[in-house]
Design a protein. Structure first.
Length: 133
């Protein structure tokens, strides 16, 4: 993908998500349970921060991608991935407009999706990261 910094949403992680998902499903693991196991206190980053997070937030990013995919379906998830890739190519040095993309493609702002992400995994009792409160 060249020199573009595509981040988790539009870059290589989008491909890694499908590889990891296939690997986990091939071993018979329930993806939601696996993310609860890997992130027992919930993610350390909010959805917006994941756009530029370093690789140590892999599980958080995977859990977010799986949540979006599981709750929105293949077609909408595919449209989201394509919009992220297109945005990254059109605006390589601009801040990634994740909240705008969430609103356009899922009909909700990032804050609403974040609450749903936490509820999806049952992380409600954990302390959320500061940016999402």
């Amino acid at each position: 993908l060249g020199e573009l910094n595509l981040g988790w949403w539009g870059g290589e992680f989008s491909c890694l998500y499908f590889q990891e998902r296939a690997k986990l499903e091939a071993t018979g693991k329930n993806l939601r349970d696996e993310m609860r196991k890997r992130l027992p206190r919930g993610p350390g980053s909010d959805l917006a921060t994941l756009a530029d997070s370093p690789r140590e937030h892999y599980d958080e990013a995977f859990s977010a991608m799986y949540f979006l995919h599981a709750t929105s379906g293949d077609e909408r998830f595919r449209a989201f991935r394509l919009a992220c890739l297109r945005t990254a190519h059109e605006r390589p040095s601009a801040p990634f407009p994740l909240d705008t993309l969430f609103q356009e493609l899922f009909g909700k702002p990032a804050a609403a999706l974040e609450r749903e992400w936490w509820d999806f995994y049952g992380w409600g009792g954990a302390a959320r990261p500061p940016a999402s409160r």
